[in-house]
Write a protein that binds this ligand. Structure first.
Ligand code: NDP
Length: 283
């Protein structure tokens, strides 16, 4: 079997074109959606992610303001800036790019962002609402994965899904999203025993580990759907995912490439969340 590629690049383009039409309508009603992005300290990977987000926002007509803070910024200074942005009615979304320097408690910062402006879905209110099935801002990466599965008409209900990785920003919300669509979900992490065996039973495999080529072909059930969230930079500068693409694609029914899979979907979902926040401002 050769897997069909889940083309996140193409799909995200389509989504952004539709979002542009919605932004045009909002502007006709006097509302220009605006996203504020805060980055603390120098981090070349973060700078690339922020640039991608900025380009995507600008393409659909969303205003984008960047706050680049020096590494020595204190937690209180960061909190004060977030509070200022919370109070600014022209700003619909606030995004704090992670990682931040170690002396800053990122969870306290996420908690300070108003839930109604938390377009990354990291605030505990949004996380809680996701868990109990209320409308909320869903973390952009799991949200992008779900949108991709939906657009490609991939059945989820009753399927066995295994998520590898339990981070607050990917693994855990991914579990909630799949569960809300009636999958039977298992989450694996670094302490999981017999991980290979667990993964090899899955109809849907989501890899979010941060280790190049961690998921090998022998872990993939014939016909499984394989979603590779990982973004790893190799020594030669090339990007690769957490899944051994060559091996997995010979067994999977569908697979996401890296780059061009989950990454662009994550950015598209951020744009969608900002548009949603702006619409709520209108109401
Ligand atoms: P984290 O480092 O926060 O989490 C990694 C998870 O993988 C942890 O739960 C960890 O387990 C688990 N893990 C690590 N080693 C093993 C192992 N040997 N066996 C089983 N589980 C293991 O990473 P993130 O969730 O933030 O990101 C994961 C990957 O996704 C990264 O490559 C990141 O760059 C990428 N990413 C991509 C995005 C996109 O848009 N495509 C967006 C966000 C992230 P434990 O909890 O036990 O330590």
């Amino acid at each position: 079997m050769t897997a069909q590629i889940l083309d996140g690049k193409e799909l995200s383009k389509k989504i952004k074109e539709n979002l542009k039409l919605e932004v045009d309508k909002l502007k006709e009603n006097g509302i220009t959606p605006k996203l504020a992005v805060i980055m603390v300290g120098d981090n070349s990977a973060s700078a690339v992610y922020v640039k991608n987000k900025s380009n995507a926002c600008k393409k659909v007509g969303i205003e984008f303001e960047e706050f680049l803070l020096p590494t020595e910024t204190t937690e209180d200074e960061l909190i004060k800036l977030i509070e200022k942005l919370n109070a600014n009615s022209n700003i619909d979304g606030i995004l704090l790019q992670s990682p931040v320097p170690h002396h800053i408690n990122i969870n306290r910062a996420f908690e300070t962002i108003l839930p109604s402006k938390d377009v990354d879905g990291f605030n505990a209110v949004n996380v809680g609402n996701l868990t109990i099935g209320r409308d909320c801002f869903v973390s952009c990466t799991p949200y992008g994965v779900m949108r991709m599965l939906e657009e490609y008409n991939i059945d989820i209900a009753g399927k066995t899904a295994v998520v590898i990785g339990r981070s607050n920003i990917v693994g855990k919300p991914m579990l909630q999203c799949l569960l809300s669509k009636d999958a039977t979900v298992t989450i694996c992490h670094s302490k999981t025993k017999n991980l290979e065996e667990v993964v090899s039973k899955a109809d849907i495999v989501i890899a979010a580990i941060g280790k190049p080529n961690f998921v090998t072909g022998n872990m993939i059930k014939e016909g499984a759907v394989v979603i590779d969230v990982g973004i790893n930079r190799l020594e030669d500068g090339k990007l690769c995912g957490d899944v051994n693409y060559e091996e997995a694609s010979s067994k999977a029914s569908y697979i996401t490439p890296v780059p061009g899979g989950v990454g662009p979907m994550t950015v598209a979902m951020l744009v969608e969340n900002v548009v949603k926040a702006a619409k709520q401002r209108k109401q």
